[in-house]
Design a protein around this ligand. Structure first.
Ligand SMILES: Nc1ncnc2c1ncn2[C@@H]1O[C@H](COP(=O)(O)OP(=O)(O)OP(=O)(O)O)[C@@H](O)[C@H]1O
Ligand SMILES: [Mg+2]
Length: 235
């Protein structure tokens, strides 16, 4: 059985700036995998290569054993790879409902059941369905960004810094929703500055340093690793 997602020796660059070096990682179906690391370590770059926003200069991105090659981003959404990007990036002038409908743009089947599923996870979005996204609080916008990603009915949900800039209570809520999403059977690839909570929710983790995945292991092992504790958990 092939993994849901596998990166084999992936490198990537922005022009002359090499941002990712020889990264290999695996996400199994239903697994929560986290990428942790300092600012600029290459976490978002890695996600951009997976979602097709940035081409790999070397290596392969395999989706259910198949090399995605140069498949464009929108086709990858159709394949089941959805991302809630860093900084949320909801459409500010559109309503909640319109934002969620945008998330379903690759589909031509009935997405009403998924809309209900999103409202089940985030009741506040249903209460505010006609409110424009730009007027939502930061936490609400984050929920909308996750909900929008779920509307494409993904098999892999990628979350880039979902807790960034949110109050502790909302952060707690976001992590409990990640647990609920895994209960739905989705795999989650989670990038987080909040390494402590990320390692609590994840099955497996990778530590990124200057564009390389330097350490990996079961999340519980990483959480008790002295180097990780010192560098990322403030212990
Ligand atoms: N559009 C870009 N053009 C040029 N360099 C970029 C671009 N985006 C990122 N970089 C560089 O690539 C490196 C990795 O950045 P990346 O955004 O992947 O880091 P990150 O781990 O997500 O950091 P953070 O935790 O701050 O979000 C950094 O040195 C960054 O300056
Ligand atoms: Mg980033």
């Amino acid at each position: 059985m092939s993994a849901l997602l596998e990166l084999r020796g992936v490198s990537a660059a922005y022009g002359a700036v090499k941002a990712l070096h020889d990264v290999s990682l695996t996400v199994e179906p239903g697994q929560v995998v986290t990428l942790i690391g300092a600012n600029g370590a290459g976490k978002s770059t890695c996600l951009k290569v997976i979602t097709g926003l940035l081409p790999a200069s070397q290596g392969q991105v395999l989706w259910q054993g198949r090399d995605l090659g140069a498949m464009p981003a929108h086709k990858r959404v159709g394949e089941g790879i959805a991302m809630s990007p860093e900084g949320r990036q909801v459409f500010p002038r559109m309503t909640i409902l319109e934002n969620l409908e945008m998330g379903a743009f690759t589909r031509n089947d009935d997405f009403k059941p998924d809309l209900e599923r999103v409202f089940g996870l985030f009741p506040i979005l249903k209460d505010r369905i006609a409110q424009t996204a730009g007027t939502l609080s930061g936490g609400e916008q984050q929920m909308l960004a996750i909900g929008r990603a779920l509307m494409s009915k993904p098999r892999l949900l990628i979350l880039d810094e979902p807790s960034l800039g949110l109050a502790p209570l909302i952060v707690k809520q976001i992590f409990s929703i990640i647990r609920e999403i895994r209960e739905l059977g989705l795999a989650v690839l989670l990038v987080e500055q909040n390494a402590r909570q990320a390692l609590q929710v994840a099955d497996f983790g990778y530590v990124f340093e200057v564009g390389r995945a330097v350490l990996s292991g079961p999340a519980a092992d990483l959480a008790t690793n002295p180097e990780v504790q010192k560098a990322y958990l403030g212990l």
